[in-house]
Design a protein around this ligand. Structure first.
Ligand code: ATP
Length: 329
């Protein structure tokens, strides 16, 4: 590791600089092309366009993060976060199917493996055992470009470029017209806000521009997803507390975004776990319980405990205080 310290530090700085410039982590990969571990196979073909949302299948999946000799920007980031053992198996025999159009919620303690599961769908990494299939096709057999246009990813933090709303939206769909963008914003329940802005779609957002609240940023991210119109959605639900009005608007936007799509959602909200077609409870890299909300509550196991500690309060208490102060982006 000592030998690698110089290059690693240099790369960390690249990461920090780019993040400061409001570019999402996915974009860092794209711009710097730092993905030596994942590439198209020579015989990769395009994922065939599906008439309906495809199933997403994890077939006895095992996964270990790449070791230090195969260092990637992502593992570098995790080392900076204190994960000291790349190379250890973190998913063991994960087996499930999200049927076409289903919403599958992933819940579990921190470090259980939820994010890792979602990374394998968009091929941030490849499974080290078993297979991940979208629409029956192993994701390793298809071009990354076709996979990434089929699978839309929404991370917890909705990163926006320091640019106009219109350009931020076009990042997801380069050829989109103003009409298409406005329709997506409307469907994500953020249309009125944009209409009320002095320059509409030409309003510049970011620290030197118009500041958006946490809930507004989340809805913009959802609008971006709607514009891209993927048939599979991977979503890490934001944990930030929103006032009840923002929360309700985000939920409505999500319902629109997930309807008719197959989705894997790292769930932090009571309304999401209640609506999920299937909840997978992940612990120590394994699925330890699965079922719907009511069934799992009756089981009285880890889900019931998570429900008591994480979710139940959201149903009982008054709306949480407004903490989505206008954010610097
Ligand atoms: P959280 O709820 O805190 O986000 P999680 O359930 O999403 O947690 P993961 O982020 O998938 O959990 O992590 C699963 C395991 O993999 C953890 O032990 C974590 O330390 C490890 N891990 C995560 N990312 C990397 C990485 N890039 N390199 C090495 N190990 C990693």
């Amino acid at each position: 590791l000592t030998r690698m310290y110089g290059p690693l530090t240099a790369l960390s700085n690249v990461h920090v600089d780019v993040m400061t410039a409001l570019v999402s982590f996915d974009r860092v990969f794209e711009v710097l092309d730092l993905k030596p571990l994942i590439d198209d196979r020579p015989d990769a073909r395009a994922l065939p366009p599906a008439r309906q949302a495809p199933a997403v299948e994890f077939d006895h999946v095992r996964f270990r993060y790449p070791g230090a000799d195969e260092i990637s920007l992502a593992s570098l980031e995790s080392i900076a976060r204190g994960d000291t053992s790349p190379g250890r198996e973190v998913l063991h025999d994960v087996h499930f199917t999200a049927e076409p159009g289903q919403m599958v919620a992933l819940v579990g303690p921190s470090g259980a493996g939820k994010s890792t599961i979602t990374h394998l769908v968009s091929r941030m990494y490849d499974a080290t055992g078993g297979a991940v299939r979208v629409g029956g096709t192993d994701v390793r057999d298809v071009t990354l470009e076709s996979l990434r246009s089929t699978v839309g990813v929404v991370s917890q933090d909705a990163h926006l470029f320091h640019d106009t709303i219109g350009e931020n939206m076009r990042y997801a769909a380069p050829g989109a017209t103003d009409e298409e963008i406005l329709a997506a914003l409307e469907a994500a329940h953020v249309g009125d806000l944009i209409a009320a802005m002095p320059d509409g779609l030409d309003t510049v957002v970011g620290d030197r521009g118009y500041r958006l609240s946490g809930g507004e940023k989340q809805r913009l991210a959802i609008a971006r997803l709607l514009l891209k119109a993927p048939s599979v959605v991977v979503l890490d639900e934001a944990t930030a507390h929103l006032d009840s009005e923002s929360e309700a608007a985000v939920q409505r936007a999500l319902q629109t975004a997930l309807a008719g799509r197959t989705s894997l959602v790292i769930a932090h909200r009571l309304s999401t776990v209640r609506e999920a077609d299937q909840i997978l409870v992940i612990d120590g890299g394994r699925i330890v319980e699965r079922g719907r909300h009511e069934e799992l509550l009756l089981e009285g196991g880890l889900y019931a405990e998570l429900y008591r500690t994480q979710f139940a309060r959201q149903g009982e208490t008054a709306p949480s205080p407004r903490t989505d102060e206008p954010a610097t982006m």
